[in-house]
Design a protein around this ligand. Sequence first.
Ligand code: MG
Length: 262
Amino acid sequence: MSRPRLAGRACYLGAVNASTTPPWPPRPALFLDVDGTLLELADHPSRVSVSPRLRGLLPELPKATGGAVALISGRRIEDLDRILAPHSYVAAGVHGLERRDVRGRLLTSGGTPQSLAEVRALVDEFVEARSGLWVEDKGAAFAVHYRSRPELEPEVHCFVGELQDRLPPDVEVLLGHSVFEIKAGVVNKGSAITAFMEEPPFTGRTPVFLGDDVTDEAGFAAVNELGGISVKVGSGPTIARWRLDDVEAVLSWLDAAVRSGG
Ligand SMILES: [Mg+2]
């Protein structure tokens, strides 16, 4: 049976099928980044708002995927629950350091490496010397936001480069949109997706992952490896094989998939 054409502009990043939308596979396992993918970015992570369209759409997604849908975020899971209340979803938080499976069990990977505290001291010194920067504590990771000081980006990138050279092997730094994050390096969004794919109801389905940021590239790599559908949201270099323009295009694409019966 042919499916209706899905709404939203999209293109394949290769030379073939340049005008096609990302396909919706027959048995999808759907993985969704949150900020910049489902939610418009805000000048502060606490000020994001959930559109009425997303509020209506999200609870429909498990029905369209046999329950195989998970949020894959850099936020803590408790933060996702607060934003999306009263619903709570299967999710990976803090780039995979936290994971809540389909049975509601919370799985966390390891503890906080001692070396993370040492890096934190260097970062605090950098942040305290510059107004408008602030540190978000995520337990086994922390993020430094500089959205209100975009002119500092070259300086921040320079600092991150220096930091990278000094990081112990069990810690990594991730650069995102107006943010950099320091986390234990044992997991990432790709390993979180792979872990879900080894569990029902995800097993045996085709993984689909949508994300907008550099930290989502590990997820795209995992999905490409598994023969799935990787979709970059917005501009910028990527290894994803499809692209959607923005949050609106994502919601239209998901909405069309749900309305066509999933
Ligand atoms: Mg994002």
